[in-house]
Design a protein around this ligand. Structure first.
Ligand code: GTP
Ligand code: MG
Length: 223
């Protein structure tokens, strides 16, 4: 990963990162003399992954400043033997392709958020969804910790920076961060961020932690 800071457009990430100047923001001032001093805008793709029902769609919808794009399908009796709804009895739909949302972290940085499907039969889409991403949030429901193992392995395998977002379903952190780290067998460098997928500030903080982590990794491993 590398950082390029040119006069007009900044690129964040390396060959695998999708970071482009936002044309909507760059055009109005482009012809003005002296406009070089205005801040450039960068955008970055972020993936929100995790196990079935961990709160990915909720997370993207909570933090997005635009109406999120969702691809929810109703859960029917046909999937009861496959989809465990014991922890989330009110859950009636599941993501069958992706969630999409957008968050402007500040005037210069826009995040495009892609939520993955959680059901195993849709995991073939993950490779496409992560293409060009600078990092990922792995959402974890500590009542079903094992459900996120595959997501952690997926991002580890691809060397994509990720943070673990512990979704506090009952409003409290039922396991300490260090216990979660040990259970997931992840290194001390990976941030673990308690969050509530239903609260905007909380989800935003998890995304900020991810951007900071991705930047640290980028500096530590220059191209
Ligand atoms: N109490 C509580 N409920 C939550 C929270 N986040 C999500 N939920 C609920 O948990 C259920 C699952 O949330 P989703 O956002 O659909 O989970 P998902 O990870 O997108 O699920 P899939 O796409 O099917 O894998 C829904 O009924 C949500 O309303 C949370 O932080 N606290
Ligand atoms: Mg979903």
């Amino acid at each position: 990963m590398d950082f390029v800071d040119s006069d007009r457009s900044r690129s964040y990430g390396g060959a695998s990162a999708a970071v482009k100047p936002d044309p909507a923001r760059s055009s109005p001032l482009a012809a003005r003399p002296g406009a070089d001093s205005r801040p450039s805008v960068i955008s970055a793709k972020i993936v929100v992954g995790g196990g079935f029902g961990a709160g990915k769609t909720t997370f993207v919808g909570t933090v997005s400043e635009i109406a999120p794009l969702t691809t929810e399908a109703v859960l029917t009796d046909a999937s009861t033997s496959v989809d465990d709804l014991a922890a989330t009895p009110d859950k009636s739909t599941t993501t069958v392709a992706m969630d999409f949302g957008r968050l402007s972290l500040d005037a210069e940085l826009i995040l495009y958020l892609f939520g993955t499907p959680g059901q195993h039969r849709f995991w073939f889409m993950w490779d496409d969804l992560v293409r060009g991403a600078i990092g990922a949030v792995v959402l974890v429901d500590t009542r079903r910790l094992a459900d996120c193992f595959a997501a952690v392995d997926f991002f580890e395998d691809r060397g994509l920076p990720y943070v673990v977002g512990v979704n506090c379903f009952d409003g409290v952190l039922s396991h300490s961060v260090e216990d979660v780290r040990e259970a997931l067998a992840i290194g001390s460098a990976v941030p673990i961020v308690p969050c509530d997928a239903r609260e905007r500030e909380s989800t935003k903080n998890a995304l900020i932690a991810l951007v900071e982590h991705a930047m640290r990794k980028s500096v530590a491993t220059p191209a």
